[in-house]
Design a protein around this ligand. Structure first.
Ligand SMILES: *Cc1c(COP(=O)(O)O)cnc(C)c1O
Length: 356
């Protein structure tokens, strides 16, 4: 079983000479910067953006390291988690040769990114009869020497539930490639993050994001935590200035407001439970799946076409996500938890639809 990052990286990347930017070649103090062909006169905007941003986002990483109890060398920051997904595939999967494994129904970007790179996707579906648990035996049996990455989404999107920690440990122990645990929704879950296990598993990568609990989807800041050796590989192939200065600056400000995040998460969880109970009471609803995230996966009864419910909600100005065409999500809509007022309006509108 291959065990080092070096043995898994696409061979041509081991000798790659990464682009060296002006900002990474000089890191001392100076007051005249004539090295990067920037505009020395400033910017036409009120705030000034004429200098290139820190390519390795040292200040943001230092703050995150303290918050997450990891070292800065264990952090990669991407232009959204989507950039981290793309770079993992670029780093480890040889196009039209290697593959990655997903457990559908799951986040769509793993497969889209694989398709873009012409990397084969192996699918081992979650088990519907146990409300979307993972079939560890089938996952490990499906692995071939060409399987380089396994993407596990926990809590899952669109399924909402956390995967069992035991199952994730079994996959980490039984698979010789990179195991990615996507924790975009972990703040909403009562369960612990897999971050403390980074020391145990050199081939574990944990992804988180500022897009959900931190309320910063528009800033595009995704985090990937892994062994320094893996982080260095991603750094060597990333676009030099992948995180812009505004994002770095505002992320630093936001990270001082953990209490705001905790408050919003608590309110979201209370609202999630209220909406889940109200939905479960409705005759048009067959099932509300358990959720550890900021959304609910809701299955409508066979007599109630979910697409008609979707369309009727749109008519009232309420947009939810139609997942009814996704295998193993037949009959389901995915409903994000909004503010109390928004949720009440959703529930009232659904009640009216049920009575029509
Ligand atoms: C929303 C989401 C993300 C976050 O993506 P960003 O690019 O960081 O906004 C990542 N993974 C999953 C499963 C998600 O649902």
């Amino acid at each position: 079983m291959p065990s080092t990052i070096r043995s898994l990286v696409r061979p041509h990347l081991l000798t790659l000479k990464p682009y060296s930017s002006a900002r990474s070649e000089f890191s001392g103090t100076a007051d005249v910067f004539l090295d990067a062909n920037e505009n020395a006169f400033g910017s036409p905007t009120k705030a000034v953006f004429n200098r290139y941003p820190d390519p390795l986002q040292k200040l943001v990483k230092a703050r995150l390291a303290a918050i997450k109890s990891v070292s800065a060398e264990q952090i990669f920051l991407g232009n959204g988690s989507d950039e981290a997904i793309d770079l993992l595939i670029r780093a480890f999967c040889e196009p039209s040769h290697d593959s990655l494994l997903i457990t559908p129904p799951t986040y769509g970007m793993y497969e889209v990114s694989a398709d873009i790179h012409n990397v084969a996707v192996q699918r081992v579906p979650l088990l519907l009869e146990t409300s979307y648990t993972i079939d560890v035996e089938r996952v490990l049996a499906a692995v071939t020497p060409r399987t380089k990455l396994i993407f596990l989404c926990s809590p899952g999107n669109p399924t909402g539930n956390v995967l069992s920690a035991t199952s994730i440990h079994q996959i980490l122990q039984g698979f010789g490639g990179i195991v990615v645990v996507d924790e975009a929704y972990i703040d909403f879950a009562p369960h612990k993050s897999f971050l403390p296990h980074l020391a145990t598993y050199p081939r574990l990568a944990v992804m988180q994001t500022l897009s959900k609990a931190w309320g910063l989807a528009a800033l595009r800041l995704g985090m990937l935590f892994a062994a320094p050796e893996l982080i260095q590989v991603l750094n060597s192939i990333k676009p030099p200035y992948n995180i812009n200065a505004v994002t770095q600056e505002l992320a630093l400000q936001a990270l001082e407001q953990a209490a705001w995040k905790d408050d919003v998460v608590a309110t979201t969880i209370t609202e999630r439970e209220r909406v889940a109970s109200a939905l479960a009471e409705m005759p048009i609803v067959e099932r509300v799946y358990p959720s550890d995230a900021n959304f609910l996966l809701v299955k409508f009864t066979a007599s109630q076409n979910p697409r008609a419910v979707y369309a009727a909600l749109v008519e009232q100005g309420i947009i939810v996500r139609d997942r009814s065409q996704v295998p193993l999500c037949e009959g389901c809509l995915r409903i994000t938890i909004g503010t109390g007022e928004e949720n009440t309006r959703l529930l009232k509108t659904l009640q009216a639809i049920a009575q029509a």
